[in-house]
Design a binder for this molecule. Sequence first.
Ligand code: SF4
Length: 340
Amino acid sequence: MIEDPKSFAKALCDWYRDHKRDLPFRKTKDPYKIFLSELMLQQTRMETAVPYYERFLRRYPDVKTLAESSEAEVLKHWEGLGYYRRAKHILQAAKTVCETHNGVFPEDARELETLKGVGRYTARAIASIAFNHPAAAVDGNVMRVMSRYLPFEKDARKTKHMKEIERILAPAIEKETPSDFTQAMMELGALVCKKNPLCGECPLQGECFAHKHNAYDRLPVLPAKKPKLEESYYTFLVLKDGRYLLRAQSANDLLSGMHLFPQYRTDTFEEAFSRLCKEYDLNIDSVETLGRHKHIFSHKIWRMQAYLVKTREGDGDYYSLENAPALPTAHKKIVSSVKK
Ligand code: SF4
């Protein structure tokens, strides 16, 4: 429990008002823009997300414009940001807001949570930031701060423990402007109470357990992460008349809805190449290696041995890269190894 919720909230929010970063979504209370920023920031660094956020808003300035778009177009605007499921969720949520809520975002966190892609944390973040509802939003950053401050010595990734922290924060959020409180907690976790904390700059250091006991190395309590699954592919950039062969990922696959270069998980190059030629009935001019490439997803690693295959004839759909459907970063970076 926080001994003096009022002082805690005041110290935190005073610090925030003096130190907050100048970010575009901090200048608005529009729930659509807050929703967009929260989804874009999931698993993505701020420096990466901000230009996407600004570009996305220029194309989709409001929820109605977004709801009327196609999935292919939204994915194209998301291209390079990764975790593409978020783009589909954003579109589905926008459709729900327009079809079920007359284009107006619900204010209540529980109703927000019914939107696709909006989990408990995101719903509470939107409710507090856009509507000033006193709903504490607890994510990994907030768990790190609070585990160290209290101390809280339970698994910081478990939902039931996050809810415990929400309850502990409730009296403090009620003593302040919820919008500032939520953003202050996020900002403190991002800028000060990092893995290696900058306690000298922290407004909470006077009462912080980890600071007093030099215990920030063992807090928060986090279970060991499972090793990522590794998959190896032979990946082919098949070029015909200046256009590349792309195929759509099927619905249940990783990166569904995106387009990829054909790739195969086989033991040998010969096997993969023969499957490629057969599948697309290619009439090959030349094959050259594009080297090894690696892409790390949240739970998987792709190792790709890539080849540029020039062909005169072939089945399948060929695109110039300027007009291609959304291509994931995992494959986009192989393109840069093609000599001009
Ligand atoms: S004093 Fe240090 S460990 Fe404690 S909350 Fe602040 S930054 Fe984190």
